[in-house]
Design a protein around this ligand. Structure first.
Ligand code: ZN
Length: 311
């Protein structure tokens, strides 16, 4: 039994339209689902990823409209690493970001910048063993399109190693040469997972990460729940999130981990050619549709405009 790398990472944004403009318009990801927060249905939950919404490519946001900016601190992820095909792609992205007024910091093999909420992002040349997970019809030439999540970095307190046994013995991560650096390599994808010491007190808010989800085969999901519980984690029951099933637990340094299944995926309630176009509501909130369609601010997807311009 092996986790297959990352499933998704979920953040908080203060402005859903600005978020769509940045991730679909500027970065060229596909908005694969426009739905609402299960626990707060008056708020958007947006999913971005590759053309199919594949695990490993997914970044998702809860919108809390007008939320004040948060700050990453101990027990929080502060930077997400996204893959690009080559070093030439880093040049392409440095120029594209600059033309649109975003400053970035280039090193030999990375390009660091932040989104409009202040979330730290870093483009890295993708690990050659990770199959590219691209959005196909975006504004970005395929040779430079983002290829999925390559890693994430989190602040933990002074004890870098508090969850070492959980990662290595329970979840199947391997340790890399740098202290606090791990890799979760699955049958089809791998992801880097890195800790840095920080005692700074974090504040949840716009631009911060809410949780990270690892990817489980459907058949193994309950066994992962049992295994995490046996390792002393307080694990939730299996929760149906409509597009996957999920369990959650907080690891010893305070980071919220989720383990999510492959199925049923994002084409379960929309035609694959039209993912993300209509507002989808969880079944238990469908009765709120008339109200939500009045109160949720309509979103314009730059992909629709791009598709029309190139038709
Ligand atoms: Zn999640």
């Amino acid at each position: 039994m092996q986790l297959d790398g990352l499933h998704h990472i979920t953040m908080i944004t203060g402005d859903a339209q600005r978020n769509v403009d940045f991730y679909a318009g500027l970065l060229g990801l596909r908005l694969v689902k426009k739905t609402v927060n299960f626990d707060a249905p008056e708020a958007y939950h947006l999913y971005f990823g590759d053309e199919h919404g594949s695990p490993g490519s997914l970044l998702t946001w809860f919108e809390f409209a007008g939320a004040t900016p948060g700050r990453a601190g101990a027990g929080m992820i502060h930077r997400i690493q996204l893959g690009v095909p080559s070093e030439a792609s880093l040049d392409f992205w440095e120029q594209r970001l600059g033309e649109r007024g975003y400053s970035s910091e280039r090193s030999q093999d990375t390009l660091a910048f932040a989104d409009d909420d202040g979330l730290g992002l870093e483009l890295v040349v993708a690990d050659p063993t990770n199959p590219p997970l691209r959005a196909a019809h975006g504004p970005i030439p395929p040779e430079h399109a983002l290829t999925g999540v390559e890693g994430a970095r989190a602040y933990v307190g002074r004890d870098l190693h508090a969850d070492r046994a959980l990662l290595l013995d329970t979840l199947g991560f391997s340790a890399r040469s740098t202290p606090g650096a791990y890799r979760l390599q699955g049958p089809t994808r791998g992801v880097n997972w890195t800790y840095e010491p920080s005692d700074r007190h974090g504040i949840q808010g716009a631009g911060t990460v809410h949780h990270i989800a690892w990817h489980s085969a459907d058949a193994d999901h309950v066994a992962w729940q049992q295994r995490a519980a046996a390792a002393g984690m307080r694990v939730t029951p299996v929760i149906d999130r409509d597009y996957f099933r999920a369990i959650y637990f907080r690891q010893p340094q305070g980071i919220l981990f989720e383990i999510a299944t492959t199925s049923p995926g994002f084409a379960t309630d929309e035609d694959p050619a039209h993912l993300g176009e209509e507002l989808r509501l969880p079944t238990q909130h469908e009765h709120l549709r008339p109200q939500l369609e009045r109160t949720l601010r309509p979103l314009t997807n730059p992909r629709s405009a791009h598709a029309q311009a190139t038709r």
